[in-house]
Design a protein around this ligand. Structure first.
Ligand SMILES: [Zn+2]
Length: 176
């Protein structure tokens, strides 16, 4: 009975609230200013307060970062602009912190391979953990001739292709 009464009271209050004028229902050209905020920055009527730090960081470091990427990869500015960096950022930020670290290490050729380990600890075993034959370099990790490794690589690659085919990935990329 108490539950019914509470529902009835809540319903009456909600109806009363909706029937009265509420300024929050008015369409606003600008983002609403929260009373706890001291200032809000907006560009094209979109509040950027939550991303302000990111935007400053980008403005300060992006030109140098672009220069470094182009220099390391021998790209010109046009090649750089062909990359969908927004999509790259969305994909990268969707990863967990640990996955981001792993991807960053791989991209910057800092993966903890046997070869990398040997540079810090000369006595360390730097041979491939799968075939126990060759020096474990990044190149070798992707080209190890070990049978079980090849089976795992083939299965993972098929699974990867199947996954990206679900996201309207261009045909050229799927065939690459
Ligand atoms: Zn190997």
């Amino acid at each position: 009975m108490l539950k019914l009464d509470l529902n009835d009271i809540a319903d009456t209050m909600a109806t009363g609230f909706q029937s009265g004028y509420n300024p929050l229902y008015e369409p606003s050209e600008f983002p609403l200013f929260h009373p706890l905020h001291v200032a809000t920055v907006s560009i094209n009527n979109s509040s950027i307060t939550s991303k302000l730090g990111h935007m400053f960081y980008f403005a300060v470091y992006a030109p140098t970062l672009q220069e470094t990427i182009c220099k390391n990869l021998k790209w010109d500015a046009m090649t750089f602009d062909h990359i969908n960096w927004d999509a790259h950022e969305a994909a990268f930020t969707s990863l967990t912190r640990y996955q981001q670290i792993a991807v960053s290490m791989l991209v910057h050729n800092l993966w903890n391979s046997g070869n990398q380990c040997k540079q810090h600890i000369p006595a360390a075993d730097s041979s491939c953990a799968s075939c126990h034959h060759d020096l474990e370099t990044i190149d070798h990790i992707f080209n190890c001739p070990d049978h079980e490794t090849l089976l795992n690589q083939t299965a993972s690659y098929s699974s990867f292709l199947q996954t990206i085919s679900l996201f309207q990935t261009p045909h050229q990329i799927l065939q690459a």
